[in-house]
Ligand binder design. Structure first.
Ligand code: UDX
Length: 484
């Protein structure tokens, strides 16, 4: 962090206290800003007022404890937060709507609230992931509703700003990974600022001045696109390595070595090349879909992204094929499941691959014994315990008790450190199917377990080699000109 110059005097409101808003608000408070966190969920506000973080995120609770009542206060009155602050970070949800496109009703709701409380210059900053041109819609909505609030009709005509206090809309997308949100806030790779006025640019640069990293200044529409493109690219990397894993399995190669071998090329990079049961979480699946629909709406060829999505969806069936192959008969078996969260270091189970696997197991007549270091409470709410069918356990070893196989679905560090011999003694049948390649095969074999993982030698492939005839039929590609 850079030594901060004297801070300009303005307050910041963060609207929406979810997985983006709360870490952002606390990060800004730690940078020295006076921050109002607002949310219309009364229960959430009550818990925060009692200094209780509403979800698990490493290093967040200490910041809440430190800043609550000093640099950070929280309110259920979103309008008052808007009235009291100058810079307004919009961090409300943009869930997937019925059509697959982002449902922007919460963003529109915020724009209307801002319009009703426009008591001076405001900088409205989109942080939530939104499709390109949302900033323009926010601007239009604020003008329209500010006029209505002032009894001036729709405000059509002119630039619409007459009789409405000045405001700007900027895009400053978040790149916070769950489980690392606080770390990402203080050590960003880059900060993207999409603005269309000098005033907005200066304000946002002032907000982030203490952080040292490249700043990309662009227009709001380009900034919006950067966020979607970043998530789509990372999703593509994951589906790519998953496809490679299938080929590795079919020919007896090792996907871990392939990932390292290609990833050390800086043009490719080693991150997001872990093969497994696919990506989940609140962002990738919905952002990928929203981005490809946006592209299609504008006539772009997004078939690449459709394949990325299709490969990801097929990972669950591929994993289940491994489970069936390992167990022969799934019905009537007791299966230990290690890992419920969509990734480690979070209690978030939204779009978690684990839940899809569990659903398949239950539908096929197995019973499950579940354990996760952090996501048990959230999972219990979605899937209550059912005697003899769904059992929640206190540890990985307890989950393994009497089970006919153990499945690894989230790569928690705690699982890496398990005593595999002890795990093996707890199991009725020593079979492990690892959807995250958490262990070295020799390590698991030494403990006396059969081991099935993803895209590694020794794994009996579930991906069938395609016969040359079918392959040629599938290809239908134009011949590549010699020398090209
Ligand atoms: C993502 C983006 O990374 C972040 O920048 C954005 O702001 C929000 O969305 P997050 O959803 O927290 O963050 O998780 P991330 O770490 O990106 O992982 C997403 C999913 O991909 C997880 O299910 C993870 O298990 C999976 N994944 C990730 C892989 O399967 N393989 C990998 O190599 C990396």
């Amino acid at each position: 962090m850079r030594a901060s110059k004297r801070k300009p005097a303005f307050k910041i409101a963060v609207l929406g206290m979810g997985h983006v808003g709360l870490p952002t608000a606390l990060g800004l408070a730690e940078l020295g800003w006076e921050v109002i966190g607002a949310d219309d969920d009364a229960q959430k506000v009550k818990l925060l007022e009692e200094s209780k973080a509403t979800f698990y995120e490493p290093d967040m609770q200490p910041l809440l404890t430190k800043h609550l009542g000093h640099k950070f206060r929280v309110t259920g009155d979103v309008g008052k937060a808007v009235a009291d602050a100058t810079v307004l970070f919009v961090c409300v949800g943009t869930p997937q709507g019925q059509s697959g496109k982002a449902d922007l009703s919460q963003v529109e709701g915020v724009a209307r609230t801002v319009a009703a409380h426009l008591n001076g210059y405001k900088l409205i900053v989109e942080k939530s992931t939104v499709p390109a041109i949302t900033a323009q819609w926010i601007k239009r909505t604020v003008i329209r509703h500010a006029h209505i609030a002032r009894g001036n009709g729709s405000g059509a005509g002119g630039n619409g700003f007459e009789s409405v206090p000045l405001f700007d809309v900027a895009s400053n997308p978040e790149f916070l990974q769950e489980g690392k949100a606080i770390e990402n806030f203080f050590h960003p790779d880059r900060i993207v600022i999409g603005v269309d006025s000098e005033r907005a640019r200066e304000l946002l640069e002032a907000v982030y001045r203490p952080l040292e990293c490249p700043i990309v200044v662009t227009t709001p529409t380009t900034a919006e696109l950067i966020k979607h493109a970043a998530n789509a690219f990372l999703s593509t990397k994951i589906s790519f390595i998953n496809m490679v894993a299938d080929i590795c399995e079919a020919v007896g190669a090792d996907v871990e070595s392939v990932a390292r071998g290609i990833g050390l090329d800086p043009r490719i990079g080693t991150q997001f090349l872990s093969a497994g049961i696919g990506f989940g979480g609140y962002c990738f699946p919905k952002d990928l879909r929203a981005f490809l629909l946006l592209g299609e709406e504008h006539g772009a060829d997004t078939s690449l992204l459709r394949e990325v999505e299709r490969i990801n969806l097929s990972r669950i069936e591929l994993f289940m094929a491994k489970v069936r192959k390992a167990l022969w008969v799934v019905s009537g078996k007791s299966i230990a499941v290690l890992g419920l969260a969509f990734k480690p270091r979070t209690d978030d189970i939204r779009e978690a691959p684990s839940l899809k696997v569990i659903d398949c197991l239950l539908r096929e007549g197995a019973s499950v014994r579940l354990y996760d270091p952090k996501a048990m409470a959230n999972t219990r709410r979605e899937l209550p315990a059912q005697p003899g069918r769904v059992t929640y356990c206190q540890s990985a070893y307890e989950a393994a008790e009497g089970a006919h196989a153990v499945l690894v679905l989230t790569e928690w560090d705690e699982f890496r450190k398990l005593d595999l011999k002890k795990l093996r003694r707890a199991l009725a049948v020593p079979v492990m199917v690892d959807g995250r390649n958490l262990y070295r095969p020799d390590q698991v074999h030494k403990a006396g377990l059969e081991y099935i993982s993803m895209g590694r030698p020794g794994t009996d492939p579930v991906v069938r080699p395609i016969s040359p005839a079918r392959n040629a039929e599938r290809r239908r590609m134009p011949a590549v000109a010699a020398g090209s």
